[in-house]
Design a protein around this ligand. Structure first.
Ligand code: NDP
Length: 282
């Protein structure tokens, strides 16, 4: 299993299973079980996905030692702030049936992120979380968090796929020592699998477009968390370590970059309002 070393020395698998939008809990438990059986050791969930319990059941049944697994969950906006974050952390842990977390992320850069971060710093220092990080923080927000706090986030989980490559953000994160983990590596757009350019490159390596994209990200030093509920795709997405994309093909893929999000604009006030008002009760 290829791993990346985070800024506190913790090693994290470079590939994991994402479970966003897997709202059917039976399906969620099954896909996490299938992933662990296929060799995955990292699972990425969030309180807002409302499936932590199913993830926890699959972990429990897997029979794999806890230390071999790397479990990530995220703090939602409604739970931001010092006291709320501490409570939300305990609830997530309980739903996951775990006594520590490997990675806890601030899901969105909104609400009282400073209170949340202070709570997370304490939980980290107490040994209840092995690494703390953020998600969807553009460089300006991240710099603000770094400047005003003790601990530099270990990870920033952001949108990254061939149509939005975030090369500048990647360079910035590297300088700050923050690892970039990609979300929606398939751009939440099934037409990506029929993209002529990606297909022609994937054919050369006798790989699928999905495998090409995941390999392309991994070769850029970015970790990936593809989501699938299909056993054969879960295995396919994991099978990316037996080929290498040439420097020339890596450059060619760069031409697909549109330079902007194709999924969710975190700078759009209407979207910020939408997220800020999104509540769930679990
Ligand atoms: P992905 O980029 O992982 O794409 C998932 C889609 O691709 C699903 O429709 C899946 O369908 C399909 N798919 C998966 N593998 C293949 C394959 N080999 N061939 C063809 N189709 C395939 O999207 P997500 O948006 O789920 O992102 C991945 C993970 O990132 C999430 O699950 C979540 O953990 C995280 N995330 C985090 C966000 C954040 O704000 N921090 C935001 C969004 C995602 P099927 O299931 O039917 O196979």
């Amino acid at each position: 299993m290829q791993k990346v070393k985070l800024n506190n020395g913790v090693e994290m698998p470079i590939i994991g299973l994402g479970v966003f939008q897997v709202s059917d809990l039976v399906e969620c438990e099954r896909s996490v079980s299938d992933a662990i059986q296929s060799g995955y050791r990292l699972i990425d969930t969030a309180s807002a996905y409302m499936n932590e319990e199913a993830v926890g059941r699959a972990i429990k049944k897997s029979g794999v030692n806890r230390e071999e697994l790397f479990i990530t969950t995220k703090l939602w906006i409604q739970d931001s702030g010092y006291e709320n974050a501490k409570k939300a952390f305990e609830k997530s842990l309980k739903r996951l049936q775990l006594d520590y977390l490997d990675l806890y992320l601030i899901h969105q850069p909104y609400g009282d992120i400073y209170g949340s971060w202070r709570a997370m710093e304490e939980l980290y220092k107490e040994g209840r979380i092995r690494a703390i990080g953020v998600s969807n923080f553009y460089p300006d927000r991240l710099m603000d968090l770094i400047v005003h706090n003790d601990i530099v986030p270990a990870v920033n989980q952001i949108e990254n796929h061939p149509f939005f490559q975030q090369q500048e953000a990647q360079a910035f994160l590297k300088i700050q020592g923050v690892h970039l983990q990609a979300w929606s590596q398939f751009a939440q757009d099934s037409t990506i699998f029929n993209n002529e350019l990606l297909k022609s490159i994937a054919d050369k390596y006798q790989k699928s477009v999905a495998q090409l994209i995941l390999r392309w990200l991994v070769q850029r030093g970015i970790s990936v968390i593809p989501k699938s509920i299909k056993k054969e795709r879960i295995a396919e997405n994991f099978n990316i370590f037996d080929f290498e994309i040439s420097a020339e093909d890596m450059e060619t893929i760069k031409t697909l970059d549109t330079g902007k999000t194709t999924i969710f604009d975190h700078h759009d006030p209407a979207k910020v309002k939408f997220l800020g008002e999104y509540r769930f009760d679990i």
